[in-house]
Design a protein around this ligand. Structure first.
Ligand SMILES: Cc1cc2nc3c(=O)[nH]c(=O)nc-3n(C[C@H](O)[C@H](O)[C@H](O)COP(=O)(O)OP(=O)(O)OC[C@H]3O[C@@H](n4cnc5c(N)ncnc54)[C@H](O)[C@@H]3O)c2cc1C
Length: 460
């Protein structure tokens, strides 16, 4: 609950039309893309000017009111669930691209800009912003930076953190802070921009970013390699990298996912294949031709039964349409989709796949697995019905077993989806107690009243 006078104070900052507390509004901003219980905020506010953001943050801090920033709410770890109630701040009106600098190859952009729109705007100027989360059509750059989002091009081009040169933000007292630089090199002081990356709204409210841009590749070649089983495909991933070829994309689908995608998208995938690798090499045309030949030879030498090289843009799009349809195709099969992103060192993908098979059998779960094989970033996707308590209990046990397996293989809880509420209780297991306490001390120093997205990443 927020008092009438406090509500009026927010109205005074952003106008009555941008302060919402109707039940329907509260429900609309009570959840995100994670399978977790919703929590209603007390109030939803939508600033459209940066100075309003500072005043909102200050008002929240002065009144000890929890504040959760929401971009598109597409995160998969409970990051935008206002778990302690309070204010949800919508960033979607703060979406201006302020500068695209072709000579120095950077852009300055506000937090609420949509990822794909930003990428298209810089592409129109002949530049390339590589991070491409599957949610890019809706996700915001603020959400991408706060979650350190990855995507299909991570193997060669890296993830969001590799493109963040600067972050401007409001601290919890509402002060406007600048960090980073438009220069290629900048070692002034602590590396605050990278501290903000992955901080999931717990340290500050980010306002603008300076993002690195690169030249676009001149050419690309995509191929689909078909394997009789998961192990041959997994071993091929390691063989490609060991041959010193770094594709821009090296994706994986198991037999269950292939069937789901074909049943939905009807792109002509071989439903009898044990697994698929979708591979793209890019760069200078001569390099692309050479690398594509090498990849083809490696696939064949490692048990690939058939390889289809896309002849033109239409065929190339078909390959990526198939991959991008993986999650939605699986999600159609049962009412609830629990998508995980346990990640292991590449060489341990075969062991992780074996572990997933064992977990599916032990807990009687339907798991379809696809993901960024080149990064070791797998997305085991459990299909279930959350309303069936007995089944969902087995799902929770299965999810724990997945994390356990990934950590046991020197992996990580999250390759790209963040920790949020969903995985906070696992933080100590991946790092250690001292490390979690260190992070808690940083949080306590910059947000002493625990106003900014409380309960996320580090738990209570
Ligand atoms: C279908 C689908 C596909 C996906 N594919 C991928 C993928 O390929 N790779 C990947 O990495 N993720 C993926 N995701 C997850 C999700 O899209 C990403 O985490 C994305 O970065 C979230 O962006 P958003 O704008 O929706 O952020 P939100 O969900 O709104 O917010 C995410 C976090 O960022 C914080 N935040 C947002 N803006 C700010 C700000 N200005 N200041 C401080 N904190 C802020 C929020 O408080 C929250 O903690 C996918 C999700 C879906 C539903």
């Amino acid at each position: 609950m927020v008092s009438q006078s406090l509500k009026q104070a927010f109205v005074g900052i952003v106008g009555a039309e941008n302060v919402m507390d109707a039940e329907a509004d509260k429900h609309s901003y009570s959840y995100d893309a994670a399978v977790l219980d919703p929590v209603l905020p007390a109030l939803v506010v939508r600033p459209s000017e940066m100075d309003q953001v500072g005043r909102i943050v200050k008002l929240c801090n002065d009144n000890g009111l929890p504040l959760t920033v929401r971009g598109a709410g597409s995160n998969l770890s409970g990051g935008t669930i206002p778990s302690k109630g309070g204010i949800v701040l919508l960033s979607n009106a703060l979406n201006k691209i302020l500068e695209v600098n072709e000579e120095d190859m950077y852009a300055v952009v506000q937090t609420g800009a949509i990822t794909a729109k930003f990428a298209a705007a810089v592409a129109a100027k002949g530049l390339f912003y590589p991070p491409d989360p599957g949610s890019q059509a809706v996700s915001t750059l603020g959400g991408n930076v706060a979650e350190n989002a990855g995507g299909l091009r991570g193997l060669k081009y890296g993830v969001t953190k590799d493109y963040v040169m600067g972050v401007n933000f409001f601290d919890v007292e509402g002060n406007y802070c600048k960090s980073g630089s438009k220069t290629v090199k900048c070692v002034t002081g602590l590396n605050i921009p990278q501290l903000m990356v992955g901080s999931e709204g717990t340290l500050a409210v980010m306002s603008e970013f300076i993002l690195k841009l690169v030249p676009p590749p001149q050419a690309a070649k995509s191929m689909m390699a078909i394997f009789p089983d998961i192990m041959t495909a997994s071993r091929t991933v390691s063989a490609i990298i060991a041959a010193k070829v770094v594709p821009c994309t090296l994706e994986f689908m198991d037999n269950f996912t292939i069937g789901a995608v074909e049943g939905f998208a009807k792109v002509g995938l071989p439903t009898d294949a044990g697994s698929l690798l979708l591979i793209e090499v890019d760069g200078h045309p001569a390099q692309v031709a050479e690398e594509a030949e090498k990849v083809e030879a490696i696939c064949k030498a490692n048990g690939c039964t058939r390889i289809q090289v896309a002849k033109d843009a239409v065929e190339r799009n078909k390959v990526w349409e198939a991959r991008r349809a993986a999650l939605s195709s699986l999600a159609r099969l049962r009412p609830t989709t629990v998508l995980e992103d346990a990640t292991v060192p590449r060489s341990k993908i075969p062991a992780m796949m074996q572990a997933l098979d064992k977990i599916a059998k032990e807990y009687k779960l339907t798991i379809g697995t696809f993901g960024h094989a080149g990064d070791g970033n797998l997305h085991p996707t459990i299909l279930c019905d959350r309303r069936d308590k007995e089944e969902f209990h087995r799902v929770e046990k299965g999810v724990d077993a997945i994390f356990e397996a990934a950590l046991g293989l020197d992996g990580t809880l999250s390759g790209e989806h963040g920790i949020g509420l969903a995985k906070s209780r696992w933080m100590e297991k991946e790092t250690n107690r001292a490390s979690v306490l260190f992070s808690k001390r940083i949080k306590a120093a910059v947000d002493p009243k625990n106003v900014l997205n409380p309960g996320k990443i580090l738990g209570e």
